[in-house]
Write a protein that binds this ligand. Structure first.
Ligand SMILES: [Zn+2]
Ligand SMILES: [Zn+2]
Length: 348
C-alpha cells in the first residue's frame, strides 16, 4: 500500500505558551478523530510531528493513522526553523519510499508548517533547497503578528496568515486540514498524487490565504519577554510573559527612553527545554511591571538569585525591604533586597 505521508512542523518557541500551544494540541486530537472516521485516510495517511524551539526534534516518527498518538508539545527558547527543515528533509529521505522505474513509491509528502516568529538559526539554504523540491508540498501557516511572511514565502507559495491563534481559529484550521487530507487521500488514486488545494480554505477576518502581495505586519523587535521562573515553595517551573504596553520610562541614570513591559500571564509548565547558551534578551527589571502571581503558591513578586536564575518571591516583610529565601534552582539560601538589575529572558 502506498503511504500518504503528512508531516507537521510545529513551532514550540516559548511565545506559543498558553492558548496557542493548547489549541494546537487540541486541534491535532480533533483532526485525528475526524480522520479516523474516514476509510480512505485510514488506509493511506501516515503522520509525523517535528517540533522546533531550542532545537528541532521529530517527536513522532511517520506513523500510520490508527497507531498515531497525539503528542504533548514541550516548549523551549528560540525558533530553530533551519534545523527543523533540515530534519524534515532527512526524515523524508528515510521514511518515504521513492518511486523507481519498477515500483511506484509513496505519494508526495504534505507538510504543514506552523510558526509564530522569526527563525533564530540559519534557515535560508534549507528553505531554498525545499522550495525547489517538487516531490513534496508545503503549506505554511504564519501565526500572529510576528510571523514573518517573507520568510515563509521563501519556503513555499502556499502561505496562510492568522492574526490571532486562538482556539476558534485553530479548530477551524485543523478541520480544514482533516477535510483536505481526507480529500487528498481519495483523489490520489485518480491523479497519482495527493494535492492540497487552498481554494477551499475557509478565510475570515482573522485567517487568510496570503499571496505575494499580502503585506507583512510591522514586526516589533522584542515584542515579548519571557522570564523562566521556579516557584520557591514547590520548585516547579513557570513562564512569566511580558508584552510591550506602548509606554516608556527614562532609562538608568536618566539616559534614553526605555519601553515598559506589562505582565501578560504566568504559565505553569511540566516540561521546558532550557537553551544551552544563556537567554537571548537582557532587560532592566524595573521595565517589567506588575508581575502575575506565582501560579503554584500565589507569591506576588519575583527575585533573582546570585546564580542568575529567577524565582517567585513574597513581598519583603521587614522594614529594610530584606527577605531570606532559598533559591529553587541552586538551593543556596540568600538574603535578597530591593535593587534594579538586568535579567535574562527569552524573546520567544
Ligand atoms: Zn511560588
Ligand atoms: Zn540560585
Amino acid at each position: 500500500m502506498r503511504k500518504l505521508p503528512i508531516y507537521f512542523l510545529l513551532d514550540t518557541s516559548e511565545s506559543m505558551v498558553g492558548e496557542p500551544v493548547q489549541a494546537i494540541e487540541q486541534g491535532l486530537r480533533t483532526m485525528i478523530n475526524m480522520l479516523r472516521k474516514d476509510p480512505y485516510a485510514l488506509e493511506t495517511a501516515y503522520l509525523s510531528v517535528i517540533t522546533f524551539g531550542t532545537t528541532a526534534k521529530q517527536i513522532t516518527p511517520l506513523t500510520e493513522l490508527c497507531q498515531f498518538q497525539s503528542p504533548k508539545l514541550v516548549l523551549g527558547s528560540g525558533t530553530a526553523l533551519g534545523a527543523a527543515l533540515e530534519l524534515l528533509d532527512r526524515r523524508i529521505g528515510v521514511e518515504v519510499t521513492k518511486s523507481s522505474p519498477q515500483t511506484k513509491g509513496d505519494y508526495k509528502p504534505i507538510v504543514f508548517l506552523m510558526t509564530d516568529g522569526e527563525p533564530t538559526d540559519q534557515w535560508e539554504n534549507q528553505a531554498a533547497k525545499l522550495s525547489k523540491n517538487r516531490s513534496l508540498q508545503i503549506i505554511a501557516i504564519g501565526c500572529g503578528l510576528d510571523a514573518n511572511l517573507d520568510t515563509l514565502r521563501k519556503i513555499t507559495d502556499l502561505v496562510i496568515t492568522g492574526a490571532e491563534m486562538n482556539q476558534d481559529t485553530l479548530t477551524k484550521f485543523f478541520k480544514w486540514v482533516s477535510a483536505s487530507v481526507a480529500t487528498a487521500s481519495q483523489s490520489v488514486d485518480k491523479t497519482g498524487d495527493a494535492k492540497i488545494n487552498l481554494e477551499k480554505f475557509p478565510q475570515d477576518d482573522n485567517i487568510k490565504v496570503a499571496d505575494e502581495t499580502t503585506p507583512q505586519h510591522k514586526i516589533e523587535p522584542n515584542r515579548f519577554v519571557f522570564l523562566h521562573h521556579k516557584c520557591v515553595k514547590t520548585k516547579k517551573f513557570y513562564i512569566q510573559k511580558y508584552t510591550k504596553n506602548g509606554k516608556k520610562r527614562t532609562g538608568f541614570l536618566g539616559f534614553g527612553q526605555k519601553e515598559i513591559y506589562q505582565a501578560a500571564g504566568a504559565f505553569p509548565l511540566d516540561d521546558f527545554e532550557e537553551p544551552e547558551s544563556k537567554n537571548n534578551i537582557s532587560i532592566a527589571a524595573n521595565l517589567l511591571t506588575e508581575p502575575d502571581a506565582c501560579p503554584y503558591c500565589g507569591n506576588k513578586n519575583w527575585a533573582m538569585c546570585s546564580c542568575g536564575k529567577t524565582h517567585c518571591s513574597p513581598d519583603s516583610t521587614d522594614t529594610k525591604g530584606k527577605i531570606t529565601l532559598t533559591c529553587p534552582w541552586c538551593n543556596q539560601t540568600n538574603i535578597y533586597e530591593m535593587a534594579n538589575f538586568n535579567v535574562g529572558g527569552g524573546g520567544g
